[in-house]
Design a binder for this molecule. Structure first.
Ligand SMILES: Cc1cc2nc3c(=O)[nH]c(=O)nc-3n(C[C@H](O)[C@H](O)[C@H](O)COP(=O)(O)O)c2cc1C
Length: 234
């Protein structure tokens, strides 16, 4: 907590939070429109336009998304990851992570995922669902070498989501990984893996302050590559 936050009691904070949850409406600001008649036939094209608009508009971390997977216990699981690429020709959205992490193991067991973005300044949500495939090790290696040194060190440390006994253990592992990278600039973290989500369903949601939201859903049956689209009740 920040120093100012200690000045309130937990009860005062909870009361203040409840007040805000009731009286602070989401999307109470001027938002762009969404003319569905002008929407392209390919949802990836529209996604690129919306993400670019969000990034150019200064939406912080506009590329990051919630990646939802099926947990090994059959229940849902979700976490934030960064979008690495979009390939409209293949209809694929690319992510990266450690194959040994919980999400990596979950995707190995059930290769399906849902991706969700929300860009608050624009009141826009995008949802993507589809089958997941793993990219080649060669391509992952090429991408890995382009990452910043700090990102590469973080990946080389590995052991993501395992319990950490003490912070000093992490510092020691970080120092080892830094030495590994210094000794071999071409090194690639063993678990570094790229994943492509091949979209079967993509939904664009444009919020409106007066609650007349606009939704456009694209669907593509696995057996034929043609996208169909329809509006949805908000
Ligand atoms: C802004 C942001 C970006 C992140 N990007 C990634 C990413 O691209 N890949 C990744 O594996 N984890 C990323 N993380 C960390 C994940 O949210 C998560 O903590 C980690 O992947 C472990 O998840 P798991 O235990 O479900 O495997 C990011 C977290 C944040 C907040």
């Amino acid at each position: 907590m920040t120093p100012g936050e200690y000045e309130e009691t937990p009860e005062q904070r909870l009361t203040a939070l409840r007040e805000l949850l009731i009286h602070q409406p989401a999307m109470a600001r001027e938002l762009p429109g969404f003319d569905v008649e002008q929407a392209p036939a390919d949802p990836a094209e529209l996604f690129v336009a919306w993400l670019l608009a969000a990034l150019r508009d200064g939406v912080p971390d506009a590329q990051v998304l919630t990646l939802s997977t099926e947990g090994l216990d059959g229940g849902p699981d979700a976490r934030i990851v960064a979008l690495r690429d979009v390939d409209p020709a293949a209809g694929e959205w690319w992510l990266a992570g450690d194959v040994h992490s919980p999400k990596g193991r979950q995707l190995a067991a059930c290769a399906r995922a849902a991706l969700t973005w929300y860009w608050p300044a624009l009141g826009r949500q995008v949802r993507v669902r589809g089958a997941v495939r793993t990219g080649s090790a060669a391509a992952a290696g090429e991408t890995f070498r382009l990452l910043s040194p700090k990102s590469r060190v973080a990946s080389l440390v590995g052991r993501q989501s395992e319990p950490l006994g003490e912070a000093a253990e992490f510092s020691a592992a970080w120092a080892v990984a830094e030495r590994e990278l210094a000794a071999d600039q071409e090194i690639v973290a063993a678990g570094y893996t790229q994943y492509a989500v091949r979209a079967e369903a993509v939904e664009f949601w444009q919020g409106a302050a007066e609650r007349r939201h606009v939704r456009l859903a694209y669907r593509r049956p696995a057996e034929d590559g043609q996208w169909t689209r329809r509006m949805l009740w908000p």
